[in-house]
Design a binder for this molecule. Structure first.
Ligand SMILES: Cc1cc2nc3c(=O)[nH]c(=O)nc-3n(C[C@H](O)[C@H](O)[C@H](O)COP(=O)(O)OP(=O)(O)OC[C@H]3O[C@@H](n4cnc5c(N)ncnc54)[C@H](O)[C@@H]3O)c2cc1C
Length: 374
């Protein structure tokens, strides 16, 4: 079976490695001529980390990234609201959250794929079609024959378009800015991921390497033009702990994105094509789970393609397996983002967090972090 994966982001590259691991050869076709991840960090939570370990690349990721012992939601002055002890999480799931530069994660995945000849750059997909039992994938300058197409081409997926699946890009009305500062945090902050809540703005940060700190801000759109400047952010976060201004001032570049997700699709597949990662279920980043869910897709889809008789059977089993968790992440993340940026909503969230028993939190964690078979 010849499998073509469109898109060499975190999902596409992880899927090629997962398929290789179960003994199925696939090829990733990425439109970019060179690797081009933006200067930002990413938090990889234990569900994804377990799979990266299964893929045999965890040591590289730990070496290039930074393990976090605690994730904490705080007030603007860094006094705690709620914390997750990652050491306890690690006792249960074998791993704790790892923060890493996106470019480094992308490079580790890409180099492993390149070593195994699983990836081609400079291949902008245009569409694909099946006729007389043959499927042809058309790129800008040429075409290839394949049996199966996996669409890992992100929220604006052209594979999804070629499948004729209607989709809706849902804007949140919020803007996220991200940056990297060349600094080392003081010892008491070095191993912690923080998210500070103001009335209508949030600031998060963590160390991602010995001398690099990743930070992000989220603000309501009317508060911030699409060309958010360092000055705008400095004034919006003036009342926050001084760490915020220090990080904003120490960063070279700040990347600004509108936050959006994909409204739930009716299906992710047809007989020989399946969407994975953001192309199938892009989520807002409030739970830090978008890429983690793409990595889970890689794991489960590879296992079903190995164990089922046909691609269609594998796709049906894959969707059945994945829908519940993906829906949970997309819906909770969306609702969380809406509540936290609204005064009454945030008050409600703070109250709920205060009274939620540890037992319930552990149950939620279990449903998020467990990966069957690992
Ligand atoms: C502000 C922000 C913070 C986030 N933080 C986290 C976090 O901490 N933890 C986490 O788990 N997730 C996080 N996410 C989510 C995460 O970034 C995404 O879920 C993840 O990058 C999706 O990966 P993907 O490979 O599915 O899609 P993409 O990253 O969109 O990759 C798609 C790839 O396909 C390629 N492509 C597109 N079109 C074509 C074409 N026509 N032909 C060939 N190639 C094509 C693109 O060039 C790209 O390489 C965050 C997202 C945002 C916006």
């Amino acid at each position: 079976m010849k499998i073509s994966i469109i898109g060499g982001g975190i999902t596409g590259l992880s899927t090629a490695l997962a398929l290789h691991k179960v003994g199925i050869q696939a090829k990733v076709y990425e439109r970019a001529e060179t690797l081009n991840e933006i200067g930002a960090g990413i938090w990889l939570q234990p569900n994804a980390v377990q799979i990266l370990q299964w893929l045999g690349i965890l040591d590289d990721i730990i070496q290039e990234g930074h393990q976090l012992n605690k994730m904490e939601i705080t007030n603007p002055d860094l006094t705690p609201i709620k914390k997750i002890d990652e050491v306890v999480v690690s006792d249960v799931y074998g791993n704790q959250t790892i923060a890493i530069h996106r470019g480094k994660l992308q490079r580790i995945l890409f180099e492993k794929c390149a070593e195994l000849e699983l990836v081609e750059l400079g291949m902008p997909y245009q569409h694909h079609q099946s006729a007389d039992g043959k499927t042809t994938v058309y790129f800008k300058d040429h075409s290839i024959e394949t049996d199966v197409v996996l669409g890992a081409d992100g929220i604006h997926s052209l594979v999804r378009k070629a499948m004729g699946l209607p989709s809706e890009y849902r804007k949140t009305g919020q803007i996220c800015s991200r940056g990297i500062a060349n600094v080392t945090l003081p010892d008491h902050l070095k191993y912690e991921g923080k998210e500070m809540w103001g009335k209508q703005q949030r600031f998060g940060f963590s160390q991602i390497a010995p001398d690099l700190v990743y930070f992000f801000t989220v603000v309501n759109e009317e508060k911030s033009p699409s060309t958010v400047s360092r000055e705008t952010l400095t004034s919006l976060f003036a009342d926050f702990d001084a760490t915020v201004t220090d990080l904003l001032n120490a960063s070279d570049q700040i990347h600004t994105t509108e936050l959006a997700d994909l409204k739930r699709l009716d299906t992710w597949h047809n007989s020989n094509t399946c969407l994975i990662g953001d192309a199938a279920h892009a989520t807002t980043p409030n739970m830090g789970q978008g890429a983690c869910q793409g990595i889970e897709d890689a794991y489960y889809l590879s296992r079903f393609l190995k164990s089922k008789g046909t691609a269609l059977e594998a796709f049906i089993a894959f969707e059945k397996q994945r829908r519940k968790k993906v829906d949970y992440v997309v819906n909770n993340s969306w609702n969380f983002g809406k509540l936290v940026h609204n005064q009454a909503g945030q008050l409600l969230l703070r109250g709920v967090m205060k009274i939620t028993p540890e037992k319930v939190l552990r149950k939620q964690m279990k449903s998020l972090y467990s990966v069957e078979g690992l």
